[in-house]
Write a protein that binds this ligand. Sequence first.
Ligand SMILES: [Zn+2]
Length: 104
Amino acid sequence: MDIPKPRYPGAVFHSEKLAGFQYHCSMSKCRFMDTSTGWLLYHGSEIHPYSLEFECPSDGVVGRWSRELQPIIEQVVQEKIDEGFDLENAKQRAKIEAQRAGLG
Ligand SMILES: [Zn+2]
């Protein structure tokens, strides 16, 4: 299965478990839905460090977080750590990428 490339800065890893969540687009007049692509984002924020890459068919990609996503995000992050994924290294790279893009 092909994993889509991340388009929003600060991507950490991709998981199918994080793909397919839908919310109304964050642009006020847009009638489309944002759908999560499966990419976890990290911008170094202290409040809720992770967000997900979402895509609107009209507005493109954006990073979004919601309280109801937090449990699945934490579960998938823990599974990745248990698999031996080098999370700290990936977070460091993501943070630098996000800062270069003016985020975080
Ligand atoms: Zn939109």
